[in-house]
Design a protein around this ligand. Structure first.
Ligand code: ADE
Ligand code: ZN
Length: 334
């Protein structure tokens, strides 16, 4: 391993943009399909191949439809926490989107994640929080049911409301969902919005103005608007940027990706993986990859961890504990 790779591995890390739907590994998908007598939609070797964002989201639907009980969700949660620990992740907020999970209700889904993450943390594995997500393409009625469930089952592990999916297919979704976001914000939940991926800068502006986003998942297409870049900088809005995901979903070539431009302009950029197992990229690999592509130093990559700390939705005391870990590492590289 390179010297930089070794330092990245040792650095305490925060993963701010990750979907539990993207953490299935092939072995688990094959095992679940086989035990239910369901044929694989593609040969095993190409099971996680896809063609653009819409195809990718359909693949998530298929994987998630294999989960029918809380115990399997707990297994997925524990499995993810072990991965996070191996990666040196000290804190993460994991998105779960109930609309992908056709065969399990929200109570068992979010309940299974809470139990799995609790068990993992009791064993000394990292602190994994939950963001419940709506889907752009979803009907208002089913989105309202999700929000009602979240608000009537408040739990300290569930720290925010999110929205993901394909904005290209549903440009009007911000207006439609705005009252649900306002309700959650008023109840003290953090708000994070996928925008500036399948939408342009206008999607990011709407996320801020209509949905009250505290941070933006992706947000990379903000580079197309100097005015928005200034706003993100001045209002200290964090962007949870996923370089490899954007390349694999054909948004940019590696050379044209704007992460360096966004970072150099002083916006609070952090680097995340989106769907690590399906994209076959760990957070450590992701950080090494952007360092090699753009010349980021370990100090830059650490600065991204401090940026991520500004994006978290946990309490101030927990934030201070994470800050101490980052400071400790900073002293070793000074
Ligand atoms: N759900 C999982 N990954 C996603 C992405 N990159 N964009 C939108 N929704 C998603
Ligand atoms: Zn995402």
């Amino acid at each position: 391993m390179s010297e930089l790779g070794d330092l990245i591995r040792k650095m305490p890390k925060l993963e701010m943009h990750i979907h539990i739907e993207g953490t299935f590994d092939k072995k688990m998908v094959c095992r679940l399909a086989e035990s239910q007598g369901i044929p694989l939609p593609k040969p095993e070797e190409s099971l996680f191949s896809f063609n653009g964002l819409s195809d990718f989201l359909s693949m998530l639907d298929w994987n998630c439809s294999l989960v029918r009980d809380k115990e399997t969700v707990r297994e997925l949660a524990r499995h993810f926490a072990e991965y996070a620990s191996d990666e040196g992740i000290v804190y993460t907020e994991v998105i779960v989107n109930p609309s992908h999970w056709k065969n399990i209700g929200i109570g068992d889904l979010v309940g299974g994640l809470i139990e799995g993450f609790d068990e993992a943390q009791e064993k000394g594995l990292p602190d994994c929080r939950i963001l419940v997500s709506l889907r752009r393409e979803q009907e208002l009625d089913s989105a309202s049911k999700i929000v009602d469930w979240v608000l009537s089952n408040r739990h300290p592990r569930v720290v925010g409301l999110s929205i993901d999916g394909n904005e290209e297919l549903s440009a009007v979704s911000n207006q439609k969902f705005a009252p649900l976001f306002a309700k959650c914000k008023a109840a003290g939940l953090g708000i994070t919005v996928h925008a500036g991926e399948s939408s342009g800068p206008e999607g990011v502006v709407e996320a801020l103005d209509l949905l009250g986003a505290d941070r933006i998942d992706h947000g990379v297409r903000s580079v197309e608007s100097p005015e928005l870049m200034r706003r993100l900088h001045d209002e200290r809005i964090p962007l949870d940027v996923c370089f490899s995901s954007n390349i694999l979903c054909d948004l940019y070539t590696p050379e044209a990706h704007p992460i360096k431009k966004l970072y150099d302009s002083g916006i609070l950029v952090n680097a995340s993986t989106d769907d690590p197992h399906l994209f076959q990229i760990s957070l450590t690999d992701e950080l090494e990859r952007i360092a090699l592509q753009f010349g980021f130093s370990i100090k830059d990559l650490l600065a991204m961890q401090y940026n991520a700390l500004e994006a978290v939705f946990c309490d101030e005391g927990e934030k201070q504990a994470i800050r101490r870990k980052l400071d400790e590492f900073r002293n070793t590289i000074a």
